[in-house]
Ligand binder design. Sequence first.
Ligand code: HEC
Ligand code: HEC
Length: 364
Amino acid sequence: MFKCDHKFIATSVAALVLGSTPVFASSAKKNALDGGMTYSRDRGMYSVYNINEQDTKGMNHGRTPTANELKAWDTDIMPDGTGLPEGKGSVEEGDEIYEEQCGVCHGDFGAGGVGYPTLSGGSMDSLTNQRTAPGMDAPKRTIGTYWPQASTLIWYIRDAMPYAHPKSLSNDEIYALTAYLLAANEIKVDGKEMDDDFVLSKDNFSKIKMPNEDGFYPNINGKDGVENVRKFFKDGKNYGAVGKRCMKNCKDDNATVMRIGIEMKDVNPAYSTVRDLVPVDNSNAHPGKAGYEANCAVCHATDKMGAPALGSKSDWDKVMEKGTTKVMMNAINGVGSMPPKGGNSDLTEWQMQMIVDYMISNSK
Ligand code: HEC
Ligand code: HEC
């Protein structure tokens, strides 16, 4: 039986169906279906994923989007200004909205919070630091030190922030927030620093000068940016590629498929080969194992206390005659001399489900 990490599947499937209406959303099937995977749903919770062999022949996720659906998604704000909305907002207005809606995660003035990206500060010098060289700080990639284009900033804010309810900001608000974050990064517009009264709009957007705009190649800035990139990738010599491009039946034509030929050997300082983290062997860790050992093993390791013993097929076959749902409910609410959640009320239903799955799958 095939089991895998739920979170990973959920995210990759979310990515795959992005932009199209997933056909399984309204499926009359009782079980949820993600691509080639089906997995049972029990009281609104997903159980361990299993490959559904009938469904692995086709992809079964999404459908071709209609022209209108595509149009609704095709709303990039491009470096050349294409897609910039009407509207305007000042640094000062942005400051207020930022404090209300963004600072809680990104910190005052974008200085960073616990676990959330830092939006200002850092230095361009740090960009050449090597992450893997011990004793050296990682590069500090912020809007001011790293981002080559301000269009990405306004686009990102419009489509992705605030984190919990994206697309909730008005056009004026996204201009104001962009202006505020640029100002917090001391970025110049038309050669001048932005003061509190500075108003950003479609009209002056192209005058923003991002400090790292020349830090990338090919040059992706300005109105020829997209063309530059196309030209660059058209000629494999630009990036040391050998062979030829292949989009169809490439494995039949293996010898000639284009490969990147540049080796990473001119990195300075050189990448460190030191790997000092102790390797962790997760190969047989079930997500319920640790919880079982901490909370349940005391009674379930043997049948001495009248509990179905881990590893005993006959004990668990008898238990499972009641059906998974009932057994889960009993584990959560208690049954006979089994206390609710094994006596640890801090365990979530999800953790309980993982633990019970661990017990069942190790008693077959
Ligand atoms: C609940 C926390 C939260 C709030 C509130 C929030 N953000 Fe974010 N923000 C995040 C997280 C998490 C990421 C990283 C997302 C990712 O990489 O997928 C992020 C990323 C960003 C980035 C990109 C940073 C980078 O370097 O990649 C910008 C810009 C940004 N947020 C702006 C804003 C603005 C403006 C607001 C207010 C309107 C806001 N955020 C509110 C959590 C938050
Ligand atoms: C204090 C001892 C004790 C602890 C701790 C304990 N159990 Fe039990 N458990 C029992 C006993 C006794 C039974 C048999 C109850 C019965 O059928 O009357 C049982 C039965 C069960 C059953 C079968 C329920 C059914 O429908 O027959 C499950 C599932 C279960 N326990 C899960 C757990 C889990 C998960 C934990 C830890 C989070 C746990 N137990 C901790 C004593 C314990």
